[in-house]
Design a protein. Structure first.
Length: 532
């Protein structure tokens, strides 16, 4: 049987997905929570939140993501970074998943990826779990209810955690599989309950499609000055670097916290919600995000809670360091009504340096910005991927390699062209360690990071005195009001100065060796911007 609101000419049967049990289309939050509770998928928390655990998968499985190598994409995909799947193997996988689904109940959301209608895509999400449908209803953009009568998707995602793939039969790596078929416009997800795979699949789609339209897809958060969308700032960074935290500035308007596009019309959010890390979250440091953890419909993922009071424990990471909450963008009081902004005035590259070498903020030339964008240096933090239990220094090109289907130079050149055309000041911000590396030093004080960003965004930091960093050649402010001067010179924060010098030399070498892969594809000025 069919329930809910749907285009009568675009049901699952019209897509060849037949013989299911009950199918629930476009249920709203109360009905989805009710269904999830009836199915014992989770627990009702304070304020009507929904508390879930995702089993053994508490982070993404990037090694289990495959792109189907069809003729239309064979020459466009960055295959060194994307595992391929043969079209014939995908067909078998698809048939086996549909057979597995027969007779079972499913939940369907007809949603949109992209706030700018000129570049948006319609995405139908078919979920085995009701709470996954609630999650993706938060994270993607919801069309007006009246338009659902005519809705037709551009892509369809089928998420079936109970399905186990067969590597020998399906051409994948393990029983967990995420398979993207651009030709058939279908994404299959099986063998994992981690909800983040849903949203990142859509991000990967847009990362492939938009560059051909001259749009730069970005793994970034974004905000703009109140009453002035022209004063837009974007924050590039991987999970754990502070994209969500630092963009949720009550003095500015939040465009979005994770995924955006930069077109000739300006900046636009891909999503309709936020997926924020909650470990050590506090009402004092991050009041807006903290408040969402007791709002109706917020999905609380992999958090320990008191079974009697339902109080959340923001410090208990026994389930995972990657505990999260998912909520609609409008739950943030200063969120943009349109999710649109102007051309970025400031571009922030966020890095979490586990070596404790990089300054808390540095000003970059355009060539240096492309160099550090392509380098994408950060540290994978515990929980964001399976098996990461302590920070691991890594290079993730474009600050989002797991989601980049095309070669990184395509994105790097797009960014450089847009900086040249529209003008922007670029900053590298280290939210990682100071006073020593991981295990010796301490995390960069968030108050200092906020003070430096405030000065960068209001333009006052450009008036400061700068010194040239002896390791990387970029400019570092000497003094900034509200920030301890020693913090601006990382070497001074180390007791063991020789130890700092050794770590800095090691990091410089790591940068140089990593960047060798891009030398055949870039201009001389970017090569010259390598290590200064």
């Amino acid at each position: 049987m069919t329930f809910g609101r749907v285009n009568p000419h675009f049901r699952l049967e019209d897509q060849g997905i037949e013989e299911l049990g009950n199918v629930y289309y476009n249920l709203m939050e109360p009905a989805l929570i009710e269904a999830a509770l009836q199915r014992k998928e989770g627990t009702l928390g304070k304020g009507g939140t929904f508390l879930v655990t995702t089993g053994k998968f508490t982070g993404r499985s990037p090694k289990d993501k495959h792109v189907v190598k069809t003729p239309d994409v064979a020459d466009k995909i960055w295959w060194e970074n994307n595992a391929e799947m043969a079209p014939e193997a995908f067909d078998v996988l698809y048939a086996d998943m549909l057979a597995h689904m027969k007779g079972k109940d499913y939940y369907v959301q007809d949603l949109i990826g992209g706030a700018d209608p000129a570049y948006a895509i319609n995405v139908r999400v078919v979920s085995e779990l009701a709470w996954h449908n609630l999650f993706i209803r938060h994270l993607l953009r919801r069309p007006d209810r009246d338009t659902l009568d005519d809705y037709v998707s551009d892509f369809t995602i089928i998420n079936c955690p109970s399905f186990q793939a067969d590597p020998a039969k399906h051409g994948c790596r393990s029983e967990t599989v995420i398979a993207l078929n651009f030709e058939k416009k279908v994404i299959l997800i099986g063998g994992t309950e981690y909800a983040g795979e849903n949203k990142k699949s859509v991000f990967t789609l847009l990362n492939y499609m938009l560059p051909e339209k001259g749009v730069m897809p970005m793994h970034c958060s974004a905000n703009h000055a109140k009453g002035n969308p022209v004063d837009t700032a974007i924050f590039f960074g991987l999970s754990g670097t502070g994209k969500t935290t630092l963009s949720a500035d009550p003095s500015r308007v939040l465009i979005g916290d994770d995924e955006h596009g930069w077109s000739d019309r300006g900046t636009f959010n891909f999503e309709g919600g936020c997926y924020a890390k909650t470990i050590n979250l506090s009402a004092e440091a991050e009041p807006e995000i903290y408040a969402t953890c007791s709002m109706f419909g917020t999905v609380i993922e992999n958090m320990v809670f008191d079974e009697e009071t339902f109080d959340l424990d923001f410090e208990d990471s026994s389930l995972t360091e990657n505990m999260r909450c998912a909520y609609p963008l409008e739950y943030i009081s200063n969120a943009s009504d349109t999710a649109l902004g102007g051309h970025p005035k400031n571009i922030i590259l966020l890095t979490c340096d586990a070596y404790g070498v990089l300054p808390p903020i540095s000003r970059l030339t355009p060539a240096q910005a492309m160099y550090h964008f392509l380098s994408g240096f950060t540290s994978k933090t515990p929980g964001t991927e399976r098996g990461v239990v302590e920070p691991i220094p890594t290079f993730s090109t474009c600050f989002g390699a797991p989601f980049m289907p095309r070669r990184p130079e395509e994105y790097g050149n797009l960014l450089r062209e847009k900086i040249a055309k529209h003008g922007a000041t670029c900053w590298l911000v280290n939210t990682g360690w100071t006073g020593g590396g991981f295990g010796t030093g301490s995390r960069m004080p968030i108050r200092a990071t906020r003070a430096l960003l405030t000065a960068a965004l209001d333009g006052s930091l450009n008036e400061a005195e700068f010194r040239k960093d002896q390791n990387f050649g970029f400019e570092v402010p000497v003094a900034v009001p509200g920030v301890a001067p020693a913090l601006l010179d990382p070497r001074q924060t180390w007791e063991d100065k020789a130890g700092y010098d050794a770590q800095a030399a090691k990091l410089v070498t790591m940068f140089s060796e990593n960047f060798e892969q891009y030398l055949p594809y870039i201009d001389d000025d970017v090569k010259a911007a390598a290590i200064g």
